[in-house]
Each structure stands twice: as structure tokens, then as C-alpha cells.
Design a protein around this ligand. Structure first.
Ligand code: 6PG
Length: 233
């Protein structure tokens, strides 16, 4: 357990560097899916500057996204925009290595197209080196929300209608996430405490707590949690 959001950000940025160095060292590339939301942003900013920015061979890094809002890439709601502005533009990652979900397109079309890209680059199920996730206050993760979790185990990318927002979203599915070598869930804040305790200590009820769907088949799962989010554990 970590003391604060800043500690979570430091730990997340350090884990990214460690996993990137290991993957590039062992296999010559690092395939990572980024999380959206606010929690990872301080970590992304740390990756964009000294000392961490010089510790990653960015030309061998391939960027994907765990989920996306159905908005254009320049929209303030876009997870791609947030990651691009907080750290991708500061690195020398080749633009062709960055694969955003096309939130501006028809959701079903965008989901099918992204699944093809993931399948082409990483296989099916896809073997990401690292997938970063967050958790919402009611236990959602990526864009898998209570009441609209994926219905089958064959898709790699889904386009669920999220009643809470009255909009569609794009999201990697449990099949795509749980095949990863390493999944890191970073969460902080008192508003996450109830869902975290229910997800970790309560009955298995993934339709209520989609975060419970995250169970790597043979990879590692790391939780980076601050003291307030862990308050009910
Ligand atoms: C999104 C994210 C989402 C996020 C959680 C937590 O598109 O919003 O992918 O799953 O990780 O909502 O968000 P915070 O980090 O802002 O609490």
C-alpha cells in the first residue's frame, strides 16, 4: 500500500520503465496498453521527463489503449489526447507505433478495426507486455461498467453502451487483458475504497464489480493503491 496519489504515480512510472527495459532487452520490443482517466496522468508526466525519459528505448515501444471514449482524438474527453499531451509527444516513439482507438468512428466499426490491429500485432489472445488499468468508484475498469460487461469470451474489443453516460465506449475485453504478461491496476482516493474492498474481499460478482474480471491467465497482476483507497481493506 502506498501513501498518496503521488506515490502511486511514482510507482506506476517506475514499473513502466522496468517492464519496458525487460521487454526490449528480452524481445526487442515493448507492447503496452495505456489506461485512461486521471490517475495515470501524473505517471505519464513523470515518464515524459528526466530521469525516466532517458531510461526507455522509445523507438521499440508500441502504444495501445485499454479503452477510449467515442469522441474525436482532439476532444478533451479523449484518452488518446490525454496520453499524447502528457507524455507521448515528449518521447521519440515513432508515430506508426502509436495505435489509438478511433473514437470518432461508428463504435462497432471502430471496435472491429481495433481488434484486427491488436490481433495482427499481438495474436489472439494478444500477449501485451504490460496493460495499465484504473478503477472507477463503482468498480468499473477500462470501459467495462456494471451492467454492460462483455457477454462473450471471443471478442478482443467491445463497444458497450454505457447507460451511466448515455454513450458508447470502446474497450479491450477480459480476453484481451487477461492474456497479458503483466497487468497493473492503479487506484487512489477514498471514493474507491468501497468498491476495492468489495472487489477484493466480497463475492465474485463481475457484473456489479467489473474489475473482478481482471484475472491474468499466466501473467502477473499488480495493484498500486494508496492508503485512502485501501481504507476499507
Ligand atoms: C476511462 C478509464 C477508466 C478509468 C477509471 C478510473 O476511460 O475513464 O479508462 O476506466 O481508469 O474511470 O478513472 P480515474 O483514474 O480518473 O479515477
Amino acid at each position: 500500500m502506498l501513501e498518496s496519489l503521488d506515490d502511486v504515480a511514482q510507482a506506476l512510472a517506475d514499473q513502466f520503465v522496468v517492464d519496458a527495459q525487460a521487454a526490449v532487452g528480452e524481445r526487442g520490443h515493448f507492447y503496452v496498453a495505456l489506461a485512461g482517466g486521471s490517475t495515470p496522468r501524473p505517471a505519464y508526466k513523470l515518464l515524459a521527463r528526466e530521469p525516466r525519459i532517458d531510461k526507455v528505448q522509445w523507438k521499440d515501444v508500441f502504444i495501445y489503449f485499454g479503452d477510449e471514449r467515442c469522441v474525436p482524438p482532439h476532444d478533451d474527453q479523449s484518452n488518446y489526447k490525454a496520453a499524447n499531451e502528457t507524455f507521448l509527444t515528449a518521447t521519440n516513439i515513432p508515430l506508426e507505433n502509436i495505435h489509438r482507438m478511433k473514437g470518432e468512428d461508428d463504435p462497432q466499426t471502430a471496435a472491429a478495426q481495433y481488434a484486427q490491429i491488436v490481433r495482427r500485432d499481438l495474436g489472439d489472445p494478444p500477449r501485451f507486455d504490460l496493460i495499465l488499468l484504473g478503477m472507477g468508484p463503482e468498480g468499473h475498469t477500462a470501459s467495462m461498467f456494471p451492467g454492460s460487461v462483455p457477454s462473450n469470451d471471443t471478442n478482443l474489443v467491445d463497444a458497450p453502451f454505457v447507460a451511466k453516460f448515455g454513450t458508447y465506449r470502446l474497450t479491450l475485453t477480459p480476453r484481451a487483458i487477461n492474456a497479458a504478461r503483466h497487468v497493473v491496476i492503479a487506484t487512489a482516493g477514498e471514493e474507491k475504497a468501497q468498491a476495492l474492498a468489495a472487489a477484493l474481499h466480497g463475492a465474485y460478482d463481475p457484473n456489479t464489480y467489473p474489475i473482478q474480471l481482471i484475472r491474468p491467465v499466466d501473467g502477473r497482476l499488480t495493484w498500486l493503491v494508496d492508503r485512502t483507497a485501501a481504507g476499507q481493506l
